[in-house]
Design a protein. Structure first.
Length: 202
């Protein structure tokens, strides 16, 4: 910090660079791994809108987050086997059975977004909190079956809802204030931090 300040760079200018983000996240991950709790909350959590449980310590907070959930739709593809007889213009009668097979399509569907200043994603020593425009919830680490690495955030599967994957995608502001996807170091941090914190609860 002293070096870049002596070179004429400001904290505000440096705060938006990938290098500054990487340094802070690396320091915070080191603190989590070594249980240096006095460093929690200093680098990343200036505010959050959630009521935490007793003994819970905030670790990192992101204000602009898209929450998505895997959805599946089922349909049948195929056609009728056998003979088709024309009864009238555009009207046919089919003789024989429907020869088809079930098809399941899975996709990630955006459920909610927190970018209005009232919500976000909060990582604590015990859980993940999410507050969006339409929904707010808490996911304790002992309810998570697995964490999924993502470049722009974190994915997970819970022990409810058939373990459907859920994804939290982080947006950051560029130099002009426009929302852009978080750099991969954010996903690296969240994946490792959640796994370390969850392991400490076992």
């Amino acid at each position: 910090m002293h070096l870049y300040q002596q070179l004429g760079f400001t904290n505000e200018g440096m705060r938006k660079t990938n290098g500054f983000i990487a340094i802070n996240l690396s320091m915070l991950l080191w603190a989590i791994m070594n249980d240096v709790r006095e460093l929690y909350g200093e680098a990343m959590v200036s505010r959050n809108p959630f009521n935490l449980k007793a003994g819970e310590i905030p670790v990192a907070f992101y204000g602009s987050v898209t929450y998505s959930q895997e959805t599946s739709t089922r349909s049948h593809e195929g056609g009728y086997g056998g003979l088709s007889v024309r009864l009238a213009p555009g009207v046919y009668s089919h003789f024989g059975g429907f020869e088809g097979h079930p098809v399941e399509q899975r996709e990630m569907k955006e459920i909610d977004y927190s970018g209005n200043g009232n919500g976000g994603l909060l990582l604590t020593t015990q859980a993940l909190y999410y507050g969006g425009d339409h929904t707010t919830f808490r996911i304790p680490f002992d309810h998570v079956i697995s964490f999924h690495a993502r470049e722009d955030g974190i994915g997970l599967s819970r022990n409810v809802g058939q373990g459907r994957p859920e994804v939290f995608s982080i947006s950051l502001a560029d130099a002009n204030g426009n929302a852009i996807a978080a750099p991969p170091v954010v996903g690296w941090f969240l994946f490792n931090a959640t796994r370390f914190l969850a392991a400490k609860m076992r």
